[in-house]
Structures are given as structure tokens and as C-alpha cells.
Design a protein around this ligand. Structure first.
Ligand SMILES: C[S@@+](CC[C@H](N)C(=O)[O-])C[C@H]1O[C@@H](n2cnc3c(N)ncnc32)[C@H](O)[C@@H]1O
Length: 397
């Protein structure tokens, strides 16, 4: 393996931005990759993959270093050694002792929270809430996530897109359980393709693709996506509605709705209107929707494969606070559903306290009003999808 100093320096810089300035890993990597247009695909892959993997394995690497504040270049060297790569003969690596690193790693493997590189409190919460399933889920959450596309059926179909991407050297496999999903066989930058620029697909994990179909939307319905963000699931709903009917996408953050509108244009979506949530927005929409999606803000513990830095950023207090927000949204926003209509409550969390328990509390506190129709979970350990939860609730006529 040949190392280029400038690439290793880019990784060291990125780690400093993430761990010292608390910046989001994907934003830092995006900025670093933009800083040098001459880097090729392999160089970019080297920077991005190593930075993400070091962030993912941070606690394990710190343990193996046996130092309180090791230099980021030492952490890089430890990571390469654990991967079985020989280090270059650079002076900054003179003091690195591969044999000692391998011994410390043997010790690390005996302690779950170190081996799986997770904060103490999170290991405790996971074990408490998931019991014997925690080991497998935690392990699966540390694997690199596949890149999955959702075919935009407003513009193309799965076979045609698969063929078009293959002509660009991008090989994919259809996922049998999801009619619009294609998984890449190896990581490639799909955003450069004509197919992406023309809105033929979106990048969307398989677990996330299970949610919109749960609403059972029909063309012509009136549908509200109440926590729409930048619209991953709004676009999917629009495609399932065949662009017919009315789809209101709402959020409390205007910049996300701006991004949603941009994506909707690329996707050829014409039945979406965006609405910033203000004091009376929900009240005004009382009993107006055939379907309401509540894809509520959550811990993101089901998508740690993609965002490994969030395990170092979220705190127990945040979990308590977000649970309250989720319940407030569920109990308040559910009033937008018409009698006979349907509500889907969804999270990208593996924790029952953000998911099943919230729905149970809602059913109990709302009395006889609602019935739980279906409850589904996707699992990194069981099906290789990100960890999503979705419950479909019907309001009686
Ligand atoms: C899980 S994300 C949504 C992801 C989005 N549905 C998608 O598929 O791309 C949750 C969203 O809820 C929004 N949010 C936070 N508090 C909210 C509130 N009180 N009402 C509505 N949306 C809220 C956040 O801004 C965020 O965009």
C-alpha cells in the first residue's frame, strides 16, 4: 500500500474538525474533498472511507493507543495497523509499535463497549431496551452501509435505470422485497451521472423505502408529510400517488423545505406544496388529510452505519428531550387525520422508547379512538437495512 502524505494530512485535518470543533463528519468530508479538485476517485475514496472508519472505531482506537490524547496521526497509524497495512517509513510513525497495538487490540475485544466502539451510557441504554438483541444490532450498526437507490417511477422504471447505470459503469442489483430499490455492488459517485441529474433516482436506504408504502396512498388523496425535512419520503409518496392529488410537505425548518422544492423539481414532482409550520398551521388542517406521515425527529440510532459521528454527539439528556418532542408531535399532529384516515408514525431509531412505547402511550391516552393496524421494524442485523420503525394507525369513521 502506497501512502500519499497530502491524503493522510487531509484525514488528520478532518478528524480535528470533527472531534475538536464538533462539526458533522459528512460536511467536513465534503468540504475537504472540494478543496482539491485534482484528487481522483481513488484519493477521494481513501480520505472519505478512512475518516468515516476512524470516527466509527474511535473509542476502540483510543483504547488501543493506550494514551489519553494521542495525535490524530497516531490514530491513523493504529487504524492502518489493525487493518493489516504496513506503515510508510515517515518519521511521525517511528514510535508506532505494531506488535503492541495488536496486543492491546486482543484486550479490547474482551469488552463489548470498547470492541464495538460506543459510549458507556449508550451501551447501557441499548442493553436495557433491546436485551439479548443488542449485541447483534450493535455489531451490525458498525458495518459499512450499502448504497441503495430508489428508482423514481414518475420518470423511469427499475430495469431501464439499471441498464442506464450499467452503461456508465455502475453495477446494481434489484432488492427483491422492494419494487423500486437498486443496491450498488460497489461504492461509486452516483451524483455525477446523467440519470441522477435527470431525476431518475434518489439515494435512499432500503429501510427508509419501506415507510411511504405503509401509508397506502392512492392517486387523488390528500396527504400530509408533517416532518418532511428535505423530502426523502415526500418524493417517494408523490411517486406512489402518481403525481395526482395533494401532498403537503411541512417542517419547522425553512431551508429544508427549500431543498425539498429543488429535489421535487428534479424529480418531476408536481403535486407537492410546502408549508413552514407556524403557531396555527396544525389547527387549521384539523381533520383534512386522508393520510398523515409523522417521520419524527429522533436519536438516529438506527442509521449509525451512515452517521457514525452521531454516537459521540448525542447525550442522554437529548434522548429524554427528543422523546418528549416525538410524543408532542404524535398527540398534536394526529388531529390532522380525517375520520377513517390513516396515520403513520416513523423513526430511524432502534430504541423502543422512541418507537413502540410512544405508540402504546398514544393508544392508551387517546382511549378508544385509534386502532393500531401494523407495526414494522427494519433491522441492520436481520435484513441488512437501516433500523427504521413504522406504525400505521387508523382513525375510526
Ligand atoms: C427524521 S427527520 C425527517 C426526514 C424526512 N422525512 C426525509 O425522509 O428526508 C425529522 C424532521 O422533523 C423536523 N422537525 C423537528 N421538530 C418538528 C416539529 N415540531 N414539527 C414538525 N417537524 C419537526 C426536523 O426539522 C426534521 O426535518
Amino acid at each position: 500500500m502506497r501512502y500519499h502524505r497530502v491524503l493522510v494530512e487531509a484525514i488528520v485535518f478532518s478528524l480535528g474538525e470533527i472531534f475538536e470543533k464538533g462539526r458533522q463528519a459528512d460536511k467536513v468530508i465534503e468540504q475537504v474533498l472540494k478543496s482539491n479538485r485534482k484528487w481522483g476517485a481513488r484519493d477521494r475514496g481513501f480520505i472519505a472511507e478512512n475518516t468515516y472508519e476512524i470516527v466509527r472505531w474511535w473509542r476502540l482506537l483510543l483504547f488501543v493507543s493506550q494514551e489519553e490524547r494521542p495525535a490524530y496521526s497516531d490514530i491513523f497509524a493504529i487504524w492502518q495497523t489493525l487493518k493489516g497495512n504496513e506503515l510508510p517509513a515517515w518519521t511521525e510513525f517511528d514510535h508506532i509499535q505494531p506488535q503492541r497495538i495488536r496486543q492491546a487490540y486482543e484486550e479490547a475485544k474482551k469488552i463489548r463497549k470498547v470492541r464495538e466502539s460506543i459510549p458507556d451510557w449508550l451501551d447501557e441504554v441499548g442493553a436495557l431496551e433491546l436485551g439479548e438483541k443488542w449485541d447483534d444490532e450493535l455489531h451490525a450498526l458498525n458495518q459499512t452501509a450499502p448504497v441503495v437507490l430508489r428508482v423514481n417511477t414518475l420518470k423511469t422504471n427499475r430495469e431501464a435505470l439499471q441498464k442506464q447505470l450499467a452503461e456508465d459503469g455502475i453495477q446494481t442489483n434489484p432488492l427483491p422485497s422492494l419494487p423500486s430499490a437498486l443496491a450498488l455492488t460497489e461504492k461509486k459517485n452516483v451524483f455525477q451521472t446523467e440519470a441522477f441529474k435527470n431525476g431518475f433516482f434518489e439515494v435512499q436506504d432500503a429501510g427508509s423505502q419501506v415507510i411511504a408504502p405503509t401509508l397506502d396512498v392512492q392517486p387523488g388523496m390528500r396527504v400530509i408529510d408533517a416532518c418532511a425535512g428535505a423530502g426523502g419520503k415526500t418524493l417517494h409518496l408523490a411517486a406512489l400517488m402518481q403525481n395526482q392529488g395533494r401532498l403537503i410537505a411541512m417542517d419547522v425548518e425553512n431551508w429544508k423545505l427549500d431543498e425539498l422544492r429543488r429535489r421535487a423539481r428534479r424529480n418531476g414532482v408536481s403535486n407537492v406544496e410546502t408549508r413552514l409550520i407556524e403557531a396555527k398551521t396544525i389547527k387549521r388542517l384539523r381533520e383534512t388529510a386522508d393520510r398523515v406521515l409523522l417521520d419524527v425527529p429522533c436519536s438516529g440510532l438506527g442509521v449509525l452505519r451512515r452517521n457514525p459521528d452521531s454516537k459521540w454527539k448525542i447525550m442522554p439528556e437529548f434522548l429524554a428531550q427528543i422523546r418528549q418532542t416525538q410524543y408532542d408531535i404524535l398527540s398534536h399532529y394526529s388531529q390532522m387525520v380525517k375520520p377513517g384516515g390513516k396515520l403513520v408514525y416513523a423513526t430511524c431509531s432502534i430504541l423502543p422508547s422512541e418507537s413502540e412505547n410512544q405508540v402504546q402511550r398514544f393508544l392508551k391516552e387517546q382511549g378508544q379512538q385509534w386502532t393500531l393496524e401494523t407495526e414494522t421494524r427494519t433491522s441492520p442485523a436481520r435484513d441488512g437495512f437501516d433500523g427504521f420503525y413504522m406504525a400505521s394507525l387508523v382513525k375510526p369513521c
